[in-house]
Design a protein around this ligand. Structure first.
Ligand SMILES: Cc1ncc(C[n+]2csc(CCOP(=O)(O)OP(=O)(O)O)c2C)c(N)n1
Ligand SMILES: [Mg+2]
Length: 330
């Protein structure tokens, strides 16, 4: 999605709401589908964190490159993968964005600049740096974006990628989604410094901490970072403080490592509901207009799930196709 650049006008604010809903409703559909046995493989939902992908990707074009994580459905959707291609991929169908061969953690759609979700924590930081390097060599104004969790920031990839991007002034946005846990390990245990967005001065790049549940805050910070990168001003590190309100992955236990009170306190700051309330309070839209968007997105996602369910599985005889490039096979 590319709604516009800053400042946020009414049309863009409504477009952000629609995109938040697309991510939320698709994730809720996938959670139901997982429980119903339709999803093959793991399914890490992004519920509670939608404002980060939506606020960042609103500034991106199809020729910008996003590199993502194991929790990447929101990144793919916000970057422009349609819900029916995403759901079909998780159902293992030929109509999925990776032709049913990849599943949740191998979502690829180069046409819209979605350069992959990944089951490996960390490499997306280096891949985005590499994309930024090529964009700079090619003298374009394209940008590379890495989304990664708090679980990636004490990995060597973080240090190496951010340092290289800084010394070479690469057009890269590093977006840390700090949801306070890496699976069941609290960031409070894993890091001596509870902030990631204050590491910038140590590396020499601009860095900022934002409320990752506030789509307008993310939108503003990302708008500045993307504009700087396009203008040759180099990389930015953005930390969004957020929380996943579902289990680490569908089917996993919820209790034990975090309290219900903590989960509830974050649910009270739901990014979708917060933006909805802001639209109403600021009279950007009336209740009926907001409900119309909700109904439209609901129908879109239901139709996407239906499309996926009715799509064929790949033909077994084609198992070796679309795995390596055709040129490689020759
Ligand atoms: C290199 C590597 N080490 C360990 C794992 C196992 N693993 C899968 S998800 C995860 C936690 C990631 O936490 P974070 O980066 O904070 O993302 P979140 O799940 O919170 O969105 C780990 C350790 C992995 N996938 N890759
Ligand atoms: Mg985390």
């Amino acid at each position: 999605m590319a709604v516009s650049s800053i400042p946020l006008n009414d049309e863009a604010a409504l477009a952000l709401y629609r995109e938040l809903l697309i991510v939320r409703k698709t994730e809720e559909q996938l959670a139901r589908s997982y429980a119903g046995g339709l999803v093959h493989g793991a399914c890490h939902t992004y519920v509670g964190e939608e404002a980060i992908a939506v606020g960042v990707c609103a500034h991106l074009r199809a020729d910008d490159a996003v590199f993502s994580t194991h929790r990447g459905h929101g990144h793919a959707l916000a970057k422009g993968v349609p819900p029916h291609e995403l759901i079909a991929e998780l159902y293992g169908r030929e109509t999925g964005c990776s032709r049913g061969r990849g599943g949740s953690m191998h979502l690829f759609s180069p046409e819209v600049g979605m350069m992959g979700t990944s089951g490996i924590v960390g490499p997306c930081i280096l891949q985005a740096t590499g994309a930024g390097y090529s964009f700079k060599l090619l003298k374009t104004d394209r940008v590379g974006v890495a989304f990664f969790g708090d679980g990636a920031v004490n990995n060597g990839a973080f240090h190496e990628g951010i340092n290289l991007a800084t010394i070479w002034d690469l057009p890269v946005i590093f977006v840390c989604e700090n949801n306070l846990y890496a699976t069941e390990v609290p960031f409070a245990y894993a890091a001596g410094n509870q902030d990631v967005g204050n590491r910038g001065p140590a590396y020499g790049l601009p860095s900022v901490i934002v409320d990752g549940n506030d789509v307008r805050a993310v939108y503003a910070a990302a708008g500045e970072a993307v504009a700087r990168a396009r203008a040759g001003g180099g990389p930015t590190l953005i930390e969004g403080k957020t929380y996943r309100t579902r289990a680490h992955a569908e089917g996993m236990r919820e209790g034990g490592y975090r309290t219900q009170a903590e989960i509830d306190s974050w649910k009270a700051r739901d990014p979708v509901l917060m933006h909805r309330q802001w639209l109403l309070d600021e009279e950007v839209a009336g209740e009926s207009q907001v409900i119309a968007i909700e109904n439209e997105v609901q129908s879109l996602v239901e139709a996407a799930a239906e499309f996926a369910k009715n799509s064929p599985y790949p033909d077994g005889a084609t198992a070796t196709q679309h795995v390596f490039s055709e040129a490689h096979n020759a």
